[in-house]
Design a protein around this ligand. Structure first.
Ligand code: NAP
Length: 424
């Protein structure tokens, strides 16, 4: 019976869905042994370090990941960095196929003057900071200003704005990083402006996220009714279903009776960012009213851009326009790519399921005779590999630490601490 070895690089949703697809494709005649390689000491990718902590339901997909991981043909190799602990060439040699599932970790840039000022950052920094990603725990996030501007009209911008504008005690029963909860409790930010360069009819928010906003109990949500009505007119008689759902949800927000909480989330449309100004650190953002010459500015001390992501480079893998160069997921001989690294940062977590299943079918079509060229443990350069058993120890310890505090888990944020908890 042929036994093929497949390496999946990246333990996020796309990686787990690829592993699941391979498990589902197994037959008596076709068997896989799957090794998942992850640079962090913890798996789950964006489910751990991306999804907003006040949306815990989205994280329940981790149960699916654990089911995949507990199949006998699956091994986790976390805390293993591609490039230093093992190379892509070694993986190519050891495995019948290598699947890149490393996502898109880098925030896109606006490319406007002042973007590098202190106080201006990407959601690609801010989000992992509040989600306990070990590489971002020491970021200096200064929340001493009254107003923050979030640029972008997608769900990431909305997550970021909510996190800044929630009454911070609402985060106590969540798995938000302790350091972030402390910072939000001390935060002076009272107004968060979400700024879209186009009108509401073109916003990339999704309707369920918009519909949640009027339910916020301690935050004013302000959207101008005139902006929404003008968008409804521009969208015409037969808007696409998603556009209609979004506009309906936005109209409800704009018509909601005003509340008078301490914190406000305010939407601004048709505003193209032109420059971030400040003497050493951010003091204001200059916008142009989209479609006109008119400019205006907002005084603020923090600017967070949430305008999409790009894949970080892996040596030996071709990239173009922030993605791995591929044809339907095929990259080069025995190399494949799935998820956001393949198609760019769009879609919800579940979108990766069908995407990965399609690519794994191609992978199976391409298989030749099994290579049988030894085990990856022969080449990994250190002995601090976090296996599934080690990760389960971390997972249990985090959940146990969260329990008395009413949190789903209390995440460890330091690599050394995570390794200690793993029992390695
Ligand atoms: P996104 O949905 O693609 O939104 C990006 C936003 O940035 C768009 O509004 C875009 O406006 C704007 N933008 C791009 N370049 C810009 C520029 N140079 N200047 C000003 N604005 C610019 O991306 P995302 O918010 O990062 O989300 C990524 C994916 O994850 C999406 O599919 C999202 O739905 C998903 N997600 C889902 C959830 C959830 O379900 N709860 C949470 C987070 C993320 P234009 O349209 O004008 O280009």
């Amino acid at each position: 019976m042929p036994q093929y070895k497949v390496a999946i690089v990246g333990a996020g949703p796309a990686g787990y869905f690829a592993a699941m697809a391979l498990q589902n494709l197994q037959t008596e005649e076709l068997q896989f042994s799957i090794d998942m390689i992850e640079c962090l000491p913890t798996p789950w990718g964006l489910v751990r370090s991306g999804v907003a902590p006040d949306h815990p339901k989205i994280k329940t997909v981790s149960k699916v990941f654990e089911k995949v991981a507990n199949e006998p043909n699956f091994r986790l190799f976390a805390n293993v960095e591609l490039g230093s602990d093992i190379t892509i060439e070694q993986l190519k040699e050891k495995y019948d196929a290598v699947v890149i599932a490393t996502g898109t970790a880098l925030g896109k840039k606006l490319g406007i003057p002042g973007e590098e000022l202190v106080g201006s950052m990407s959601a690609a920094t801010f989000v992992p900071w509040y989600n306990s990603h070990p590489d971002f725990k020491d970021e200096n996030i200064d929340l001493s200003c009254d107003t923050a501007v979030v640029i972008g009209a997608g769900n990431v911008a909305m997550d970021v704005a909510r996190m800044l504008a929630l009454e911070p005690t609402e985060l106590d029963p969540t798995d938000t990083a302790d350091h972030a909860i402390d910072a939000f409790k001390k935060s002076a930010v009272r107004t968060v402006v979400i700024s879209a360069r186009r009108g509401p009819e073109h916003a990339a928010f999704t309707a369920p996220e918009l519909r949640d906003l009027p339910k916020l109990e301690h935050t004013n949500v302000v959207m101008d009714k005139g902006d929404v009505q003008a968008a409804i007119v521009r969208a015409g008689d037969a808007p696409e279903k998603e556009v209609k759902s979004n506009l309906d949800a936005m109209l409800l927000i704009s018509e909601k009776e005003a509340t008078h909480h301490e914190r406000t989330m305010k939407f601004q449309f048709l505003a193209t960012p032109k420059e971030i100004k400040g003497n050493g650190s951010v003091e204001e953002v200059v916008f142009q009213k989209t479609g006109s010459e008119e400019t205006f500015s907002i005084k603020c001390g923090l600017v967070i851009t949430a305008i999409g992501y790009e894949a970080a480079l892996l040596q030996g893998i071709p990239y173009e326009k922030g993605k791995v160069v591929n044809t339907d997921g095929r990259v080069s001989e025995n190399i494949y790519v799935v998820g956001w690294a393949k198609r760019g940062p769009s879609g919800v977590i579940g979108t990766n399921k069908s995407d990965a299943a399609d690519v794994m079918k191609l992978l199976v079509e391409d298989l030749k005779d099994p290579k049988n060229s030894g085990d990856v443990t022969d080449v990994i350069t250190h002995n601090k590999v976090v296996t599934q058993k080690h990760w389960e120890a971390i997972n249990e310890a985090e959940v146990a630490a969260g329990e008395p505090l009413g949190k789903p888990r209390r995440k460890a944020v330091d690599r050394t601490e995570l390794l200690r908890m793993s029992g390695i």
